[in-house]
Design a protein around this ligand. Sequence first.
Ligand SMILES: Cc1cc2nc3c(=O)[nH]c(=O)nc-3n(C[C@H](O)[C@H](O)[C@H](O)COP(=O)(O)OP(=O)(O)OC[C@H]3O[C@@H](n4cnc5c(N)ncnc54)[C@H](O)[C@@H]3O)c2cc1C
Length: 483
Amino acid sequence: MPLAESVVREIAAIVGEDHARTDTAARIAYSYDATFQQYPPDIVVSPATTEEVAAVVRVAHREGIAVIARGAGTSLAGGTIPVDGGLVLNLARMNRLIEIDVANSCAVVEAGCVTAHLQRAAEQAGLFYPPDPASLEQATLGGNVACNAGGPRCLKYGVTKDYVLGMTAVLADGRVLRLGGKLLKNVTGYQIMQLIVGSEGTLAVVTELVLRLRPLPRVRRTAAAFFLRIDDASESVAAIGAAGYLPVAVELLDDVCMRVVEEHAHLGLPADAGAMLILEMDGNDDAAVSAELGAVAEVCRRHGATEVRVARSDAERETLWAARRGTNSALARLRPNRIGEDVVVPRAEVPAMVRRLHAISAEAGLPIAVFGHAGDGNLHPNILFDRQREGEMERVEIAAAAIFRAALALGGTLSGEHGIGTLKKAFLEEDLGPDTVAVMRAIKDALDPKGILNPHKVFPDAPGPAPAGFLATLPTLDGQLPG
Ligand SMILES: Cc1cc2nc3c(=O)[nH]c(=O)nc-3n(C[C@H](O)[C@H](O)[C@H](O)COP(=O)(O)OP(=O)(O)OC[C@H]3O[C@@H](n4cnc5c(N)ncnc54)[C@H](O)[C@@H]3O)c2cc1C
């Protein structure tokens, strides 16, 4: 339902006319994310300060308007889709890197600051911000915090939550919380800040962050191990951990990913390989780092690696990483649509999960490309499909449900880093159980009793196991505005 003219005028008075848009172009531009879903907001509001965010949220609270915080819209879970309209709060203008504080090893940023901007600035100061989602050139730190984003380096360095020291957050009624600070230790009161991390915009709008930085390792060494059989690659992943090594990253790519990346980017990947692992070690002592990488490579050889290529220069290292980073975009060449899942299993179960994924692909009659952060058990099975093809969505749904349930059966979970959004919410209770979901609801109701912050996300529509047809309920408009 369109917003009342008086409400639009009130919001425009807070942020300026140019930053409160109800025109069709803006509503379409902010109706997507990186899934296949789409629904337009009624208004797109782009504030410049925490005070503006708070004032806009106060109006939305009074009027009962849904508020969907949005960073770069790279969500792979439907997190920013305005499922039935409302107000998209676009944080792109709040993109300042306010400070790199070397003495306190931290950075102060606005929520819309792009992850790669912080990483580059930190490295120039001899420091290091480890979380590295593949979307880091676009995604924002506010979005990373809201999803508790990860990436290849999280095997050794942990995920975004491990780097959040301080936060400014706007609650559903417009109150502003200033939490934590430039403090490396802080256990005063409940850890509200950590509750907001990973809450996907459902508990508060994050406007500013203090993020921990680490000393920049002086040496990084990278290698790629190639295998004829993906089973051998996934057995190697478990063996590297069991042998007591902690690489920065152990990334898996299956043959589908390798083939499409090679066709796209011509990196010289062997044509007969069934899978590859990208291995990275870091530290301050060149000889020690090289020796550890050699030992990890040896573990791979013992488990069937037919070739190990060690990068001898930064350019060669970049080439190896290009294979991994290019996977997402290269897969688009195979089918027009994909669902990038994000399940996690205990690391020792990676081989069993990979076998199960192949079986699910055969049963559903759909290609499923497998890549991901295998070192920490986080796999991204990508179901590739064409939404326009008759009957294809039904098979996608069967495959997606089977993937979630296979991970749960192996002691795993639905998401390692992308979040739940709309895409996985039907399965939340199967994963967490009704009591945990009830506790989550109680927290949500306490902080946002009117339910205006990112509605229809994370929580299932109904209790119990996911019903058949859960995928068909997601909005897909194909560029057409409703009504
Ligand atoms: C090609 C590609 C590769 C990717 N690789 C990775 C990866 O390696 N690791 C990984 O973790 N993710 C990855 N992602 C997923 C995505 O990039 C991350 O989830 C990222 O953290 C989202 O950031 P964003 O700024 O785009 O947030 P958005 O997509 O805009 O929002 C995501 C969620 O966060 C909420 N949100 C955004 N900003 C705020 C805020 N300031 N306050 C409160 N809530 C907010 C939104 O409401 C939504 O629920 C990838 C995505 C793509 C398209």
